[in-house]
Design a binder for this molecule. Sequence first.
Ligand SMILES: [Zn+2]
Ligand SMILES: [Zn+2]
Length: 125
Amino acid sequence: MKHGEGTQITVADETTIFVTITCAHTGHPMVGRLVWDGQAFVLIAASKQRPGSVIPDEGKHWRQAVYRVHTSYRCPQCHASSMIQCGQCKALCCWEESWQIVSCPRCGQSNRRQGDIQSLSGGRG
Ligand SMILES: [Zn+2]
Ligand SMILES: [Zn+2]
């Protein structure tokens, strides 16, 4: 193994992490659950944030890894089948392959899909 070459992936010791995903259509935050499958963190489900529930600690622990979305995943609010990371504020929001562009519900930035998500911040829920 050489330093400074290729992609260096730091695998977190957690097997499940929670992130905040904001629905692009309703603007409501959700808690997304990602499970480590041995190679990647896979987004398997999202649920609406209930009042009083803990918000994942955003912006504190950035994990570099491979992130995927499970084929059965659907946003519970708009039924989008994927997520995108805002290029400006790094927030996550809903994404559907058929969408050309999506406005970030957090900061208003217009985003296009630009490859896979490589770093996420979240907590253990
Ligand atoms: Zn949505
Ligand atoms: Zn944004």
